[in-house]
Design a protein around this ligand. Sequence first.
Ligand SMILES: [Zn+2]
Length: 185
Amino acid sequence: MSDRETATGVIGLVQEFVNTIDLQDGPDELADSGTLKAWLVARRLLDEADAVGDADYRHAIALREAMRGVIGANSGLPAYPLDLATLNEAAAASKLRMRFGADGRPRLEPEARGVVGAMGRLVATLYVAMQEDDWTRLKLCGRQACRWAFFDRSKNHSSRWCTMASCGNREKARRFRTRAVTSSG
Ligand SMILES: [Zn+2]
């Protein structure tokens, strides 16, 4: 949906990865290992020469949902141990190391190559994004069926839906119906 708010920079990359699937209406941009590879190569996270297998694909999809999980903390949701374990495993498998680059600045880089390294780069991106002041503006839509990662540009950080027009109104209508049923029963 084009009217949903997007972030830029590292927060934007995390948001873009998580939102490669629209859980409510589809589609999934990362439908198979081929589309996953194209997505990673286009963002310079993976070399064109690297192969992406079915197991790699399943890891990437699990990592995507683990990232969605930790974004939920910005919407008041608890951190789930499974999500944290998935993130920790991706970081460990890729052998993330702190390294000073040619510009004299430190960054986290994976020692592992291929898709495992690419997953490490995504975890490192998440780590950097979480240090940014705007990180807490990245939230999950409060509509359970949606859970889209949106960037809350409201002054007091009070937005709860990816868009008021779609999820906000649908959720209000659902709650109204629930109340109506409860009070008539
Ligand atoms: Zn939504």
